[in-house]
Design a protein around this ligand. Structure first.
Ligand SMILES: [Cu+2]
Length: 96
């Protein structure tokens, strides 16, 4: 029984070595609120959410045309805030 427990402990230790990025990726996530002009309806919100949400390194996006704000959770080691702003501009919206 002791031997089984030891094998289990070794297996868990190895799993942590193999997937260390899980914890690190979570810790480096950044949230930015971007002021965006030009959204006039829910279609605009969906447009931004779809396009920005598909960018590599972006974890989640919320958009509000009423508040003129886009909130993005992203990994800054994969994509920069400037890169996200540029993608919003490329869709035809104004980023403040
Ligand atoms: Cu619209």
């Amino acid at each position: 029984m002791k031997k089984l427990l030891l094998i289990l402990c070794v297996a868990v230790a190895h799993a942590q070595v193999l997937i260390p990025n899980l914890a690190i990726a979570h810790e480096t996530l950044t949230q930015s609120v971007i002021g965006v002009d030009g959204m006039v309806c829910r279609g605009c919100e969906g447009n931004i959410k779809r396009t920005i949400g598909a960018l590599k390194g972006v974890k989640s996006v919320t958009a509000s045309h009423k508040d003129k704000k886009v909130t993005v959770d992203f990994d800054p080691s994969i994509i920069t805030l400037e890169g996200i702003k540029k993608a919003i501009r490329d869709l035809g919206y104004t980023v403040s």
